[in-house]
Design a protein around this ligand. Structure first.
Ligand code: ADP
Length: 439
């Protein structure tokens, strides 16, 4: 059988033979050849034969779909009888003599849409062909075969399309990874020189120069963060993320976030408060946990007003370990609480200077929270602040049902409704003031 990748012929030889055998037997023919149409080349190619050897099968064709009885059968959607092939055009007559058939019947089959798929060539040694009743049954079989073949072709096309989409996603990941590498290399060099100047003992900088350098450093970190978001999102889209679970200290995780974000907080003149009980352990993927917390805390700082406070807090609740990132910034309107978790969604407040972003951070965080078998939720009040909560199962397993608790009925980022009771803000944080909340 010809290569299915070029001709889209989805069935194997052994799957085609039974149909040919049934039709040849019904028509009481001596031999038969199943020919499939290569629509691009306009050629009917012999694919399998009954009563002929492999090489005789190949000898039988190919024929053009515009050729004699084949063209008539395909154009008129009907069985065409050739009563004495030996008297037909030379090429076909010669082949008929060699292969030992005299009478031929061409039975076409089609897709439901009418598109031609191929023909059965039913061959007789004698001059007589099929009787009317047998020809009708053979036609019915050919129709059924056409439907089966077109379904198989559709399935193959869908599989090929799926494979192409998967490959395109992989290519995109590779492209974004390469692009980010290209972007990161000069950024690293900028960071290196900035650091050199900041820590140099031989170069004395004025206050203005120091401030400008600090700004360069913050901008560099923002760019790195943007690039990382792009990479993470394309990898998540491509399903290219592996989770490695191991025991992680919650306190250490929060302290690490502070280390990463302290410069941004200083730049934005936002105070960072940490509240993590020691000895709380959670089995999770440390890198992904940090990625979510950095996303949430960086947002809290970015969108806070100067003089604001961002609190990173961990709560230990039976089999759940929760991380809260609370700010007293502008807050998020209730009707936007669900939208902000969708990719590329940014609210008006995000257009203010110093809040660069693609609108991917929360979409990434939500996916990662689900991958960690946990959930991500938000409660917010315009003008008062926002509180994002990542809830993780302590043992790393848990059902990834996305439910979360809130002081009022709401939705979690992972998509489920909830109406539980939250402990968020119970230690006197900005959310403890009893505002409307979504979880
Ligand atoms: P980005 O920060 O890159 O725009 P995110 O997906 O992290 O993307 O956030 C989506 C949008 O949600 C932000 O653009 C902003 O409008 C809003 N948002 C996120 N966190 C906060 C927050 N703590 N306070 C106010 N608005 C926020």
């Amino acid at each position: 059988m010809a290569d299915s990748s070029t001709h889209m012929w989805p069935l194997q030889e052994h799957e085609l033979v039974p149909a040919l055998r049934v039709i040849t037997t019904l028509a009481r023919a001596d031999m038969g050849v199943l020919m499939l149409l290569d629509a691009t080349a306009h050629l009917l190619m012999p694919v399998v034969a009954y009563g002929l050897t492999h090489s005789q099968c190949e000898q039988f064709g190919p024929y053009s779909d515009g050729d004699g009885p084949f063209a008539v059968a395909l154009a008129e959607h009907r069985l065409v009888r050739v009563r004495n092939v030996w008297k037909d055009r030379e090429s076909w007559a010669g082949r008929a003599r060699e292969l030992g058939f005299k009478h031929a019947e061409i039975l076409p089959f089609f897709r439901a849409t009418g598109e031609a798929l191929g023909v059965f060539a039913i061959l007789y040694r004698a001059n007589t062909g099929s009787r009317r009743q047998a020809a009708r049954l053979a036609s019915d079989c050919a129709n059924i075969f056409g439907i089966a073949l077109s379904h198989a072709t559709d399935y193959l096309r869908a599989e090929l399309a799926r494979a192409q989409i998967a490959k395109a996603a992989q290519d995109k990941v590779k492209f974004v990874a390469r692009m980010s590498h290209e972007l990161r290399t000069p950024l690293q060099s900028i960071a290196g020189y900035v650091n050199l100047l900041q820590t140099s003992r031989t170069t004395t900088l004025s206050a203005d120069q120091t401030r400008m350098l600090d700004r360069i450093a913050v901008s560099e970190r923002i760019l790195v963060h943007l690039i990382d978001d792009l990479i993470s999102f394309s990898r998540l889209e491509a399903g290219d993320i592996a989770y490695r679970f191991a025991p992680v200290s919650a306190e250490k995780a929060i302290q690490l976030i502070e280390g990463v974000l302290a410069p941004l907080a200083i730049e934005q003149r936002v105070a960072l408060q940490l509240d993590a009980p020691s000895h709380v352990m959670v089995t999770t993927d440390e890198e992904k946990l940090q990625q979510v917390l950095v996303n949430l805390a960086a947002n809290a700082i970015k969108y806070s007003r100067p003089g604001g406070t961002v609190t990173l807090r961990c709560r230990d609740e039976d089999d759940i370990v929760s991380f809260d990132v609370i700010d007293d910034g502008p807050g998020i309107p209730a009707d936007k609480l669900r939208d902000i978790f969708e990719p590329y969604v940014r609210l008006d407040s995000a257009s203010s200077p110093g809040t660069a972003g693609w609108g991917l951070g929360l979409a990434i965080s939500r996916e990662l929270a689900t991958g960690l078998h946990g959930s991500l939720s938000v409660r917010s009040e315009v003008g008062q602040g926002s509180a994002f909560t990542l809830r993780l199962p302590r043992d790393g397993h848990g059902a990834s049902n996305g439910t979360s608790t809130g002081t009022s009925t709401g939705v979690s980022a992972n998509g489920n409704s909830s109406n539980g009771v939250s402990k968020l803000g119970s230690k006197g944080g900005p959310m403890s003031r009893g505002q409307s909340a979504l979880a």
